[in-house]
Design a binder for this molecule. Structure first.
Ligand SMILES: Nc1ncnc2c1ncn2[C@@H]1O[C@H](COP(=O)(O)OP(=O)(O)OP(=O)(O)O)[C@@H](O)[C@H]1O
Length: 578
């Protein structure tokens, strides 16, 4: 855990904190132990011999107080720096990760980690390291200092301490294994509750009202079972710990009394022994209780470390803000024998296609044939396994992210709108755009019609993820963004969901404004788009099986002709002889 902390905030900071902590714990142990000479002098009736020790005790207590203050300040500031540094490093690293890494469940987990995990990690120095270090160093100092004053006293405390540490270690291992089970069961139950809440529309729509949701019930039962197993182990463990404390205490008392009666130990030492035993067991009990919290802290640090260790896409060298000129005569988009798989098995196999500048290419194919994957590779969400993806004649790996993205507008189906005004959501397309330019793009995408209906017009916030807008309206805002961005190449995934006639018309108009005089690669779902394309590329099982224009492909009577017949039948169209 210390190594992980050092990796995040720097070795020197952590080392400085640990040194202060150890100094504080030693000072605390010495302060406790100085009671021995004081008591010894007082019991001997020699007050003048007691005063120097009392003076030393006061100095040690003052030093201890100063060090305690110092380590507390250092611990809290280290915690704050830790969370700040984690946020920064996480933010910097996320910006370099492949876009394809950001799947919905990952984003959810990052959210959880940032909110809960960072808070837990923040408390690690002050709430975990401090008690842990003092729990062991203070008793060890007490033992060492007692040995100096009286070897029998020191030996008795050392043996008692060792018995307690061993007992606590044993009970900790009993619960440690079960802790993992409880963690997993709690995570599963938490996930199921969230899923249950999110799936309410579906559940109610299919008559599954009330609490009857088998997966949730099973997860909650699993959590209960894991909790019970933990209780059955923890309670005996706690009992064993308590018995060990009482046992050590009793044995120390009996042993001390025996030594006093036998002569070698004085009453002062016996009182000191019992007083020290009390101070001594407290930190050890605390250390035993901290086991679970240490594991949680370590797990959270591990989760952060895992994200930070995710390799970034290698970034090409290039001058900031400077785009490479397009290679003359090169296709705007070119895939050359591209093979790619998300997790090993290829999803695209030897795919080659060329999209000349200012033409429209339609990608068609059955669900899962790889259409979306082609567009993701062009936008470099991932790097290809083999082959090359070129934009304006350059391998996308040779373009900086900024340069590549300045050439592309992505209009995909999962439109993300921020909880801000429509205007600001559109401005995301080009942050430096003037109000007039934003309004102009909005008008071309027919977003101004939406704004007229909103209660506060342009100032209306669209809610989280644009929740107050319909699917078609959200898409129009995303098209307005792309119009404002004014990139020469547009990658478009046409809406599959049926839009109402008004939205359908508006979206078609908006797309016309966006795609005019641009290079367009579209995952086509509408037959009118397919017919209008300069080139149609048919994908099947990750391979290009046919390409050409509508008439030539129909004439070939192959896969495309079959696709066309099926789609026209489904849409209620009749295929007219050409
Ligand atoms: N992030 C991912 N991780 C793993 N596999 C994926 C991922 N995205 C897609 N796939 C798989 O890759 C294959 C191609 O998916 P892709 O989304 O490119 O197809 P598609 O032709 O666009 O399908 P659809 O028309 O249904 O959107 C599918 O088998 C899919 O399960």
């Amino acid at each position: 855990m210390i190594r992980q902390l050092a990796a995040i905030t720097g070795t020197a900071r952590v080392r400085g904190y640990l040194v202060t902590l150890v100094a504080f714990a030693v000072a605390q142990g010495l302060t406790f132990t100085l009671i021995v000479p004081v008591l010894r002098a007082l019991f001997a009736g020699d007050a003048s011999a007691a005063w120097p020790w009392i003076g030393l005790l006061a100095v040690a207590a003052a030093v201890c107080g100063i060090l305690q203050y110092r380590q507390a300040v250092m611990g809290f500031s280290l915690g704050l720096d830790l969370s700040r540094s984690l946020y920064h490093r996480l933010g910097d690293h996320l910006a370099t990760l492949p876009l394809g890494w950001f799947e919905a469940d990952r984003v959810g987990r990052i959210g959880q980690l940032v909110v809960q995990g960072a808070r837990a990690v923040m408390g690690v120095p002050a709430h975990l390291l401090q008690p842990l270090v003092t729990s062991y160093v203070t008793p060890a100092t007490v033992v060492a200092a007692s040995l100096f004053f009286d070897w029998r006293l020191g030996t008795a405390l050392a043996v008692g301490g060792a018995v307690l540490v061993l007992t606590y270690r044993y009970t900790a291992t009993l619960t440690e294994r079960l802790d993992h089970g409880v963690d997993a069961a709690m995570a599963e139950a938490g996930g199921r509750v969230v899923e249950y809440a999110q799936a309410q529309t579906v559940l109610r729509g299919f008559g599954r009202t009330g609490a009857a949701h088998a997966e949730l019930e099973e997860a909650l039962a699993g959590q209960y079972r894991a909790g019970r197993r933990l209780v059955t182990k923890v309670v005996p463990g706690l009992g064993l710990n308590a018995m060990a404390v009482q046992g050590v205490y009793t044995v120390l008392l009996a042993f001390g009394t025996y030594l006093v009666l036998g002569g070698p130990l004085g009453a002062a030492e016996l009182v000191a022994l019992l007083a020290l035993a009390t101070r001594f067991t407290e930190p050890l009990v605390l250390a035993a209780e901290l086991g679970g919290a240490v594991r949680i802290g370590r797990n959270n640090l591990n989760r952060f470390a895992e994200i930070l260790a995710t390799p970034a896409l290698p970034e090409a060298e290039g001058e900031e803000g400077k785009a490479r000129p397009a290679v003359p005569e090169a296709p705007a988009i070119e895939l050359e024998r591209v093979t790619f798989g998300y997790d090993g098995s290829p999803v695209l196999r030897e795919v080659s296609l060329r999209v000349p500048p200012r033409t429209m290419t339609a990608l068609v194919g059955s669900s899962g044939s790889g259409k979306t994957t082609v567009t993701r590779l062009i936008a470099r969400f991932f790097d290809v396994d083999s082959g090359t993806v070129r934009v304006d004649g350059h391998d996308v790996r040779d373009l900086t992210t900024e340069d590549l993205m300045s050439r592309l507008s992505l209009v995909f189906q999962d439109v993300y709108l921020f909880d801000d005004t429509i205007e600001e959501n559109i401005r995301l397309g080009r942050p430096g755009a003037t109000d007039e330019e934003v309004r102009h793009a909005a008008a071309l995408a027919r977003v101004d019609e939406i704004v007229e209906r909103l209660p506060d017009g342009w100032a209306t916030r669209v809610g989280e993820s644009g929740a107050t807008l319909s699917g078609g309206e959200r898409q129009r805002v995303s098209i307005a963004r792309a119009i404002l961005k004014d990139a020469p190449i547009v990658l478009l995934d046409e809406a599959t969901a049926a839009l109402d006639p008004e939205n359908e018309f508006a979206v078609t108009e908006a797309l016309r404004a966006l795609t005019e005089d641009r290079t367009l690669l579209v995952i086509a779902h509408r037959l009118s788009t397919v017919v209008a394309a300069d080139q149609i590329v048919v994908l099947d099982g990750g391979r290009v099986v046919e390409s050409g224009d509508h008439a030539s492909l129909l004439g070939r009577d192959g896969r495309y002709a079959a696709f066309w017949r099926e789609r026209t039948r489904a849409a209620g169209w009749r295929l007219l002889p050409s």
